[in-house]
Design a protein around this ligand. Structure first.
Ligand SMILES: [Zn+2]
Length: 220
């Protein structure tokens, strides 16, 4: 199963990605992490990307796509993957789909997690993250069992709300502007389902599984 997750910051994509990965045995591929890994490991692709990053420029789509495709070849992605943070533009989507088709593995689903800007701001301002395992919590919506301590690994939680509301709102505006054409692109091709992500985590998880079964049925 090959899945792309779309949704603004605060929509809970990371949490849902982890749940889906466990349920279906998929690799979670967050493009930001892949970038950092390849640059740190000084791979040929990493070195090419580094030049752009160092100059504060966008890494060109062909390098990014190549990196993602390379990552998707690894053994943990044999059963499939969940992509978070990529593609961000229609050209990236086209180049990713071209590469996947060349390997005979087309996309299965694109899940578009939707929340209001007000909800996104509220969640982002209250976000906590584990310094060790990166699991995220939220003082308001998903507090840890013990104040300030990770449920899973017991490490300290740090506050992530380093941004003020105006900064978060600007980021959301950019997100909506960039993503609209991408949503339309996947929707027109029958690959996309919207998921109302304002509900509690468990409810959103059920909706997600429902959307995936629905999409798979459509193609059988
Ligand atoms: Zn932890």
């Amino acid at each position: 199963m090959r899945i792309i997750l779309l949704g603004p910051p605060g929509a809970g994509k990371g949490t849902q990605a982890r749940r889906l990965a466990e349920r279906y045995g998929l690799a979670v591929v967050a493009t930001g992490d892949t970038f950092r890994e390849q640059i740190a490991a000084r791979t040929p692709l990493g070195l090419r990307a580094k030049g752009f990053v160092d100059r504060g420029e966008y890494v060109p789509d062909d390098i990014t796509t190549e990196m993602v495709i390379e990552r998707l070849q690894r053994p943990d992605a044999r059963e499939g993957f969940i992509l978070d943070g990529y593609p961000r533009t229609v050209p990236q989507a086209q180049s990713l789909e071209g590469a996947l088709a060349a390997h005979g593995h087309p996309l299965s689903a694109v899940l578009n997690f939707k929340i209001s800007d007000a909800m996104a701001v509220k969640r982002l301002m209250a976000r906590l993250v584990c310094a060790n395992c990166k699991r995220s919590y939220n003082v308001e919506f998903k507090p840890p069992r013990v104040d300030g301590v990770c449920d899973v690994c017991g490490h300290a939680l740090v506050n992530r709300s380093d941004d003020d509301e105006a900064t978060i709102r600007r980021r959301l505006d950019v997100y909506h502007r960039e993503t609209k054409p991408l949503v339309l692109y996947f929707w027109e091709r029958g690959l996309l389902r919207d998921i109302d992500a304002e509900a509690p985590e468990e409810v959103v998880a059920d909706r997600t599984i429902e959307a995936i079964s629905d999409l798979l049925d459509t193609y059988e």
